[in-house]
Design a protein around this ligand. Structure first.
Ligand SMILES: [Zn+2]
Ligand SMILES: [Zn+2]
Length: 360
């Protein structure tokens, strides 16, 4: 693989590409970089696990046997059988012990549950209602998500979907963000493999911008921007129901999108078969990142559609999963402008990721 993308990168001049999904401009500046793989994570396995080889940690609230250290459980997989004496579980969905938002209402009436409909004011606030849950992806302390089998990752994915449906029953909730932070520098406070779910009483600005941009693209072309995104040069891998690419205007080096082949607006519509298929492709992508970039910290986010949505919104909104390895920091330019400088051209990143084989 050494030097795989070296030749294509040489002599390339900077380019500014439009990301039509998130509606932002990305500056590709290879002059700032060495070879794509020079972006390898500096410290391997940056997940602050003090004893990564042990499957149990007495101080870890997510380990099997330590359930009493956790916030209350919402559900577990498999669903306990009343006739069975075993309390074994594979996935648990629990409250967050330190939630950013709570769903317990106080006695005060919510004056305006929809802040977007209120008159402009410099001090607009609503009660901090919402859901903040944790999905413990495995009972084993030493196991990472990518160590699980595709059916096991599928069970985690189905748990995400089931919880989204439960949260959607609360009519105040407008959007659910599923995300994973892996590694301390990607924001993970506990090393035991887990992901998080936040139910929000508003549609976040990145989501609004994405939906508006996809609507504009659909209006101009008659096509969904994600149905049209497939490109052989940017393709990393594909499965029966999904494909994975480095997006044409990736904001970050080695950013990956996993996209359903069929146009679906909501992630939680996914059935058992597609969940296992997604599990397999997600596992492959995480292993490829780990192999090629020295096990970097990463985040993944599921970008779905708000609820409720109209039929017209369904025609242009298409859910996908975004993986961002944490290889370069975000600086003042990115924070100030909302634009990004990416030193690795997506075609080069896709080639580096396509070329490495991983066992599944
Ligand atoms: Zn643990
Ligand atoms: Zn589509």
């Amino acid at each position: 693989m050494a030097g795989a993308a070296e030749s294509s990168e040489r002599g390339r001049s900077p380019e500014i590409r439009k990301d039509v999904i998130f509606n932002r401009w990305i500056i590709f500046s290879p002059a700032r970089s060495r070879r794509p793989t020079d972006f390898k994570s500096k410290s391997s396995n940056d997940n602050s696990n003090p004893n990564p080889s042990s499957s149990y940690s007495s101080s870890c609230p997510f380990c099997m046997g330590n359930e009493h250290l956790c916030a209350p459980e919402i559900f577990r997989v498999p669903t306990p059988d009343a006739s069975s004496s075993t309390s074994d579980w594979k996935v648990r969905v629990i409250e967050n012990l330190f939630p950013a938002l709570a769903h317990i209402r106080d006695n005060q009436q919510i004056e305006n549950p929809n802040p977007s409909n209120s008159a402009p004011t410099v001090a607009c606030a609503i009660q901090g209602l919402g859901f903040h849950n944790v999905v413990i992806e495995t009972p084993d302390h030493a196991v990472r998500l990518s160590d699980l089998s595709p059916p096991e990752i599928g069970e985690v994915i189905l748990a995400h979907g089931k919880r989204i449906l439960q949260i959607a029953e609360d009519r105040l909730m407008k959007y659910v963000q599923v995300f994973k932070n892996h590694g301390a520098s990607a924001g993970a406070s506990l090393s035991h493999s887990h992901s998080q779910i936040m139910g929000l009483p508003f549609i976040p600005p990145t989501v609004s911008a994405r939906l508006d941009s996809m609507k504009d693209y659909f209006g101009a072309t008659g096509e969904c921007g994600l149905c049209a995104i497939r490109s052989e040069e940017l393709l990393i891998d594909e499965s029966a129901h999904f494909f994975s690419i480095v997006p044409y205007a990736a904001s970050f080096p080695f950013e990956i999108w996993i996209v359903p082949r069929t146009h679906y607006s909501h992630f939680h519509e996914l059935d058992d078969e597609k969940a296992v298929d997604l599990g397999r492709l997600l596992k492959v992508m995480l292993m490829k990142l780990s192999r090629q970039l020295n096990d970097p910290p990463f985040n993944f986010m599921i970008h779905t559609s708000p609820f409720p949505v109209t039929d017209y919104q369904l025609s242009y909104s298409h859910w996908f999963l975004q993986i961002i390895p944490q290889l370069t920091g975000i600086g003042g330019f990115e924070l100030g402008s909302g634009s990004y400088i990416n030193p690795v051209f997506p075609e080069d990143a896709a080639k580096v990721l396509r070329e490495v084989n991983v066992p599944t």
